[in-house]
Every structure is written in C-alpha cells, then in structure tokens.
Design a protein around this ligand. Structure first.
Ligand SMILES: NC(=O)c1ccc[n+]([C@@H]2O[C@H](COP(=O)([O-])OP(=O)(O)OC[C@H]3O[C@@H](n4cnc5c(N)ncnc54)[C@H](OP(=O)(O)O)[C@@H]3O)[C@@H](O)[C@H]2O)c1
Length: 342
C-alpha cells in the first residue's frame, strides 16, 4: 500500500467538501488503487491543524463542522496563525492542495504557497486560478525542474474533466475554444429568460442561493471567464495575457433585450471565446439561435466547444459547485498519488 501525505491550504467551500469526500471515500480508494491518502495538515486564514501521522476519518468529518475560520479551535493538533513552513517542517506533505481564494491583483496567498510547496518537493493540486493566470510559466517551470506535478483541472469547468481532455489532444492543432464558462452569469441569464426577472432580481436570487458571491463583479464583468481563457490558452500552448481579452459586462443586459432576442428566435448568452489562430480572446454578450447547442445550456451548467484541425468536440457539465469541484481536486490528487514519484 502506497501512503501519500496531503496538506490542504484553504478550508472553505471546496476545502471542506474535499476533506469530507476523502474521509467518506478513502477506504474504497485504498481498496481500488492501493493508495492510502493521509491528510496531515489543514490551514484556513486564521489557523492550522497539523497531525503528522494523519487525521482519521472521524477527525476529518468533525473538522468539516467547525465554523468558518475556526480550525485553530480544533483540539490538541490545532494552533492559531498560519505558517506554511511549519506544516512542511512537521508533517512533510507529498501533495500540497491549494484551495485559497483567487486574488487577481497579486495571485496571493496561492502563488507563494505553491512555489514554497514545490521548493519543498511537494506536488501541487489547486483549484485557485489566480496564481496560474498571473504566473503560469514560473509555476510550471518550478515544477518541471524539480520533476514534480502541478495539477489544476478544477480551475476551468471545475466539476467536469474538460482541461484534462483538452491537454490530452496533443496531436491536434486547436483552432478555437469557446463556450459558457461562468456558471453564475449563465444562471442569471437563464432566470431572465425563463422567469422574466430583470438583471438585479436574477442576481439577488443567485446570491440568495449561494450561486453568486456577495461581490459578484469578477463574474459579471467577465473576469472569471477571461481567467479561464488564459488557463486554456496556456494548456494548448498559445498563451494570451488576461489584459488583452476584450470583456463586456453582463450587467448591461435588460429584460427588454432578452424579450427582443426571444422574439427574433434567439437566446442571450455570455460567451467566452479564444481564437487560437488569430490569438484573440473575448467574453461577450451574444445572441445565439435557439437551436444552437449553447442555447440549451442553462442554469449553472457550463458548455464548451473545442474546434481543432481534426475534429469538433462539445463538453457540457458542471462549472463548479463545492462537491463537484472537490471531486475534481480529489481526482487530481489520486492521479498524482498514482503517477507521481512521491
Ligand atoms: N466554489 C467553487 O465551486 C469553485 C469552483 C472552482 C474553483 N474554485 C476556486 O477554489 C478556491 C477555493 O474556493 P472556495 O469556494 O472554497 O473559497 P472559500 O469558501 O472562500 O474558501 C477559501 C479558504 O481559504 C482560506 N484562506 C484565505 N486566506 C488564507 C491564507 N492566507 N492562508 C490559508 N488559508 C486562507 C479561507 O480561510 P477562512 O475560512 O478563515 O476565511 C477559506 O478557508 C478559490 O480559488 C476558487 O476560485 C471554487
């Protein structure tokens, strides 16, 4: 049985769903794949739990019940304050799971944590887009020279194994990747079309259901979808800079726009597109014919079309959601555990 030690940095929606899923599936995973995945450390913004021998399933499930920012109160393994070096000194994790919030101004704390982990010999799995959007080359190079893996399939279509498929298309010349990459704005637009809510009402409903953040600007200004296009561009080897991506705000869509589009047999969608031949990318409001595939992608679903010199593929699935994203993160961890040299 191969034993792998994991540190989880960031213990919010996805971090908790990851730890809970692992606690519930660990036995099956060890029977199926011959790997024993131990969580040796967890950190949130206020504190850490470090147990070098690994938390047991019960401790992991109980930790998921502590209030937000509260793991420093969890028994004798817990302490106040976050010190990533202490996690590595005491518990020497083989895999670093970075699930901190995305900060597109600095990439922090994710960037520093990821580079630190790689320098200490740990493979990295992350759902945090910002460090990759700002420092993709640096991170990948750091991993490459140390022969470590950096996995981030949860960063785009978090609940669907889309990036893995895209990166596996190595013989293809990818011409275009386009689609609905942001679940929050797709939900808002679906509410406007189906329940005739205006933009503000639909946004408030999305916030009440926990689909939209209290500050939804990254989603509605197209920044989140643009960040995903940047990661896609790196994966296909045609890097673009986020500042070069043309973005329109979805907040400018009125109920009248929706009704006018419907009368003309169209549906309004927020489409993110990367033209890898012209090297241009955009996040734009588009009127899509009702019989187009993208018109059928509603609510919190995402849908992406990949056009290559050889084929055309469509992916439809969950863009995020804590449980779906946690499974994608866990898939990455399992893959590293099976393939990595740790
Ligand atoms: N939610 C999704 O469906 C989804 C899907 C795909 C990707 N993602 C990405 O996954 C990441 C996590 O998302 P989430 O929804 O779990 O976010 P979240 O609920 O806001 O959780 C973030 C966690 O990071 C912790 N944190 C903040 N600063 C920290 C620091 N300096 N050191 C250690 N921990 C720190 C927070 O601590 P406190 O609890 O103390 O505040 C919290 O536990 C984000 O980058 C997000 O963009 C999320």
């Amino acid at each position: 049985m191969k034993s792998i030690n994991v540190a989880v940095v960031g213990f919010g929606n996805v971090g908790r769903a990851f730890v809970k899923t692992l606690a519930l599936k660990r036995k099956t995973l060890s029977e199926k794949y011959g790997i024993n995945i131990n969580v040796v450390a967890i950190a949130d913004s206020k504190g850490m739990v470090i147990k070098p021998s690994g938390l047991d399933d019960y401790e992991m499930l109980k930790l998921c019940e502590v209030p937000k920012s509260g793991i420093h109160m969890f028994g004798s393994y817990a302490k106040q304050g976050v010190d990533i070096a202490e996690i590595y000194d005491k518990a020497a994790p083989n895999i670093h799971v970075e699930l901190t919030p995305a900060n597109y101004a600095t990439g922090e704390p994710g960037y520093t944590n990821i580079v630190f982990a790689l320098k200490r010999g740990a493979h990295v799995v992350t759902a945090n887009k910002a460090p990759l959007v700002l420092y993709y080359r640096e991170i990948v190079e750091e991993a490459r020279i140390r022969r470590l893996m950096i996995k981030f399939r949860a960063t785009v279509m978090g609940g669907t194994p889309f990036l893995e498929m895209l990166s596996s298309m190595k013989s293809h010349d990818i011409e275009k990747v386009e689609g609905i990459l942001n679940a929050t704005t797709n939900y808002i637009l679906t509410e406007m079309h189906e329940n005739l809510l205006d933009f503000e009402q639909a946004l408030r409903k999305a916030q009440a259901l926990g689909i939209a953040e209290a500050d939804p600007s990254l989603d509605i200004e197209g920044f989140d979808a643009a960040a995903k296009l940047v990661i896609i561009s790196y994966v296909i080897g045609k890097p673009i800079n986020i500042s070069s991506i043309y973005r329109e705000s979805v907040a400018q869509i009125s109920l009248k726009d929706v009704l006018d589009a419907v009368k003309q047999g169209h549906v309004i969608k927020y489409v993110a597109a990367l033209d890898a031949q012209k090297m241009v990318a955009s996040v734009k409001i588009e009127k899509v014919p009702r019989d187009n595939v993208f018109a059928q992608i509603n609510g919190t679903l995402n849908g992406v079309r990949i056009k290559s010199d050889a084929t055309e593929l469509f992916f439809i699935g969950r863009g995020g959601g804590r449980i779906e994203t946690a499974h994608t993160v866990l898939d990455d961890v399992i893959e590293v555990a099976l393939r990595g040299s740790a």
